[in-house]
Write a protein that binds this ligand. Structure first.
Ligand code: G3P
Ligand code: CA
Length: 306
């Protein structure tokens, strides 16, 4: 009998590799994305920031000290500085050219995770991530989606660095132009999504840590989906809060974050049961640091079962 899913479309939920297979490799490296693809992830997630010369690169933060070896490189000692919104002095992506960023190596920021891949991998440009996704899609005969997040668009705009055209041009140069392509662009900021909605038919996702201060119908005016903090979806007793049903009623897909093997919800018996709890709530996809867990949890899953 075919598996039934309680997603908006009835298709299987998508497994998004959060920062690549970031549970196993330094986040946002081609190695982390490639491992996620090997594990069966449907989408790879690059968070994006912008270099001094306008290139999009995959990093979760504008500052570099926690995820690279920049502090060990004497040639960049004088770039260390303080900026509003970040505690203490650091090195910031927007003060480096792409060529300079390419001399850095990535590091695992979480002490409890494997450290032996540190200083092995480069910081990838967004173009390199898209090239990997395209190559792997062809090689494997299945679409490998990309799920880029624009990080701090308003703050970067104030520095004269804009995402909009570069993001869309880079996607277009790799053949991603429409709602039919395996791409979601995500942001915590409504304004950039409203602008992008006017410029592209690529699907857009609005991220939120808290209950949104607008209705799902209002969000549906500028987004195709919503990416909530996962705990907004069920209450303390793990009953549905009605979030997914209300979002679906407005035509929004729901892609919560973040599923982490090493931070699994203690109220659920194990990491697989945790993922299945959310699948049963009707999510349309989820962000996994350990994407093999999402892939495994989806096996044998059907709507109304745990
Ligand atoms: O983009 C979904 C999720 O990744 C949001 O949190 O901080 O990991 O980018 P963050
Ligand atoms: Ca993200």
């Amino acid at each position: 009998m075919p598996v039934e899913y309680c997603t908006l479309s009835g298709a299987a939920p998508i497994i998004v590799a959060h920062r690549g297979a970031s549970g196993y490799r330094p986040e946002h490296t081609l190695s982390a994305y490639a491992l996620a693809i090997d594990m069966g992830a449907d989408y790879i997630e690059p968070d994006l920031v912008i270099t001094k010369d306008g290139h999009l690169v995959a990093r979760h933060d504008r500052y570099l000290s926690t995820t690279t070896n920049v502090a060990d490189l004497p040639e960049f000692a004088d770039r260390k500085t303080t900026k509003p919104g970040h505690e203490g002095a650091d090195w910031f992506v927007e003060d480096f050219t792409l060529e300079e960023i390419k001399t850095l190596k990535a590091r695992q920021p979480r002490a409890e995770r494997m450290q032996h891949f540190n200083d092995k991998y480069d910081i990838p440009s967004f173009a390199e991530v898209l090239t990997l996704a395209k190559e792997q899609s062809e090689k494997r005969g299945r679409p490998i989606g990309v799920y880029p997040e624009t990080k701090h668009p308003t703050a970067l705009e104030a520095l004269g660095l804009s995402f909009d055209e570069t993001l869309l041009d880079t996607l277009s140069a790799h053949g991603y132009n429409s709602a039919e392509d395996p791409v979601f662009i995500q942001s915590f900021e409504e304004e950039i999504l409203r602008r992008l909605k006017e410029k592209t038919s690529i699907r857009l996702v609005y991220l939120t840590k808290d209950m949104p201060d607008m209705s799902f119908d209002e969000i549906a005016e500028f987004a195709n989906g919503i990416g909530p903090y996962k705990k907004l979806l069920s209450d303390k007793a793990l009953n549905s809060t009605g979030f997914v049903e209300a979002a679906h009623a407005a035509g929004l897909e729901v892609h919560p974050w973040t599923f982490r093997d090493d931070e699994a919800d203690p109220r659920l018996p194990n990491k697989l049961k945790e993922a299945r709890h959310y699948f049963t709530l009707g999510i349309d996809g989820g962000f996994f640091d350990f994407p093999d867990t999402g892939v495994e949890a989806l096996k044998r899953y059907k709507c109304d079962s745990d």
